[in-house]
Design a protein around this ligand. Structure first.
Ligand code: ZN
Ligand code: ZN
Length: 454
């Protein structure tokens, strides 16, 4: 009997990976994510399906596939799909990003979920920081793995191997099946401080001489020969902008991107400034320290300041803040101190925290945008962009960009494919799967909702 792969997501699109692998009665999913633009043709702002309604609205528009023996009883309650006991043996989660985990809450509680220790840790942090909107759903069995620790699911032998990505705790998998070995990259890059982890995955995948490699290709759409910015270059650019700034520097980067946090931390330090971060980011860094030892002790480190927003009536006193925020008060900076010494700080600022500028009253300030550019350049974001520009214009803030991707460049993808040299190459997590044909003689392009026999 052959091995089959069914692509419920991640085929011909960036993100939303949801790939069913079946062989000899064993059924596992590789990730269970939500597409980036999930449902946006029908829903916006306040027009949203109510989560209490389960899957009926999603089924109505064909946004979620009607697969039997997969979803929980509660999710199917008001749908025509009859609940039956699940026949899935497990779900392998490559990393925490929602395009890989977003639809986990739909699953039947009895299906075992396998995720790395790091991924579990980040999920715990999000649950604490955003209790009202972050969830991976209810699962009776969540099993945690570490890189290199093999485990079995029926006759399949799974080896998770860490990779470098824009979030800690990212993994690829090498799966030993009857048909041969199957390698799956998850999301990865090879141009940051832990590129050695991705190299290790590539070595292990190559040693396994896989019959198939499912390889992400987010950056296949970039131009051939385009410069591949490294994390070191981002740090250099951030440092240069800080060194030239005549006022306060603001920076925005994703909360879970610990490599970027370190780039800003070092760049601020080099220029004799403290990196000021909000209490949520402080909590994230504190909790991630056991997984990423290079991170500083944010409660004590002199190069860090924890920015406390003015709350309620009382002026920066304990009772205004949550218990987990209070432990950072020893390293607190307030808008008043920072406004007096603007050249002493680099402040991490989210879009929804721009109101702080009213208190800080920056002059001759700079803002470094250090995240993927969907927000500022994506279609349909014109309104946000206008508001953003209004804020920058009002305070006369100079805008800069310094970013590098969490995904491997075209050139790195080519090298990885050549090194692993699979029998069959299957592009996933890419809008340009046909580009992979330039790098391999036997590319099979998956189609959404269709099954591929190997
Ligand atoms: Zn992804
Ligand atoms: Zn990702």
């Amino acid at each position: 009997m052959s091995l089959s792969l069914t692509f419920y997501g991640g085929a011909g699109e960036i993100g939303g990976n949801k790939i069913l692998l079946q062989e000899k009665g064993a059924k596992i999913y590789l990730d269970f994510g939500e597409e980036f633009n999930f449902g946006e043709e029908y829903f916006w702002e306040y027009l949203q399906p109510r989560s209490a309604n389960g899957l009926e609205v999603y089924f109505e528009f064909g946004l979620v596939p009607q697969v039997p023996k997969l979803y929980s009883k509660r999710m199917l309650e008001r749908t025509k799909l009859k609940y039956r006991k699940p026949d899935v043996d497990g779900v392998l989660i490559s990393h925490i990003h929602s395009d890989h985990t977003g639809h986990l809450p739909f699953l039947d509680e009895g299906i075992p979920i396998h995720m790395g220790h790091g991924t579990h840790k980040i999920a715990e942090i999000y649950r604490k920081l955003y209790p009202s909107f972050f969830t991976l759903g209810e699962h009776e069995s969540i099993r945690h793995f570490r890189s290199g620790e093999r485990f079995g699911i029926r006759h399949l032998e799974v080896e998770p191997v860490h990779v470098e990505h824009s979030v800690p705790g990212a993994y690829g998998f090498v799966i030993g099946a009857g048909r041969g070995n199957i390698a799956y990259t998850g999301d990865f890059r090879m141009h940051g401080p832990r590129r050695d982890m991705s190299e290790e995955f590539v070595r292990k995948a190559a040693d396994a001489q896989p019959v198939a490699l499912l390889c992400e290709g987010t950056r296949m759409e970039s131009e051939e020969g385009a410069h591949n910015y490294t994390e070191e270059e981002v740090e250099g650019k951030v440092s240069e902008i800080i060194s030239k700034s005549r006022g306060m520097v603001f920076g925005y980067f994703s909360m879970s991107n610990m490599d970027r946090f370190m780039s800003f931390y070092r760049a601020a330090k080099e220029n004799g400034r403290r990196l000021a971060i909000g209490t949520r980011l402080a909590y994230m860094v504190k909790e991630m320290r056991e997984k990423v030892p290079v991170l500083p002790d944010v409660a004590k480190d002199g190069n860090i300041a924890v920015y406390f927003r003015l709350n309620k009536s009382c002026r920066f006193c304990e009772k205004d803040y949550k218990p987990w925020e209070r432990e950072f008060m020893g390293n607190m900076a307030t808008y008043e101190e920072m406004a007096k010494n603007p050249k002493g700080y680099v402040l991490h600022l989210n879009f929804n925290q721009l109101i702080e500028l009213v208190y800080l009253q920056p002059k001759k300030a700079d803002f470094i945008y250090s995240s993927s550019e969907h927000f500022l350049e994506g279609e349909g974001n014109e309104e946000e962009k206008k508001r953003w520009e209004a804020w920058m214009g009002h305070f006369g803030i100079k805008f800069h960009k310094a970013h590098c991707s969490g995904h491997a460049s075209r050139e790195d993808l080519q090298r990885v494919i050549e090194e692993i040299n699979p029998e069959i190459l299957i592009p996933v997590h890419t809008s340009k799967p046909e580009e992979f044909r330039k790098f391999h003689r036997n590319v099979k392009i998956p189609e959404k909702g269709k099954t591929m026999k190997i």
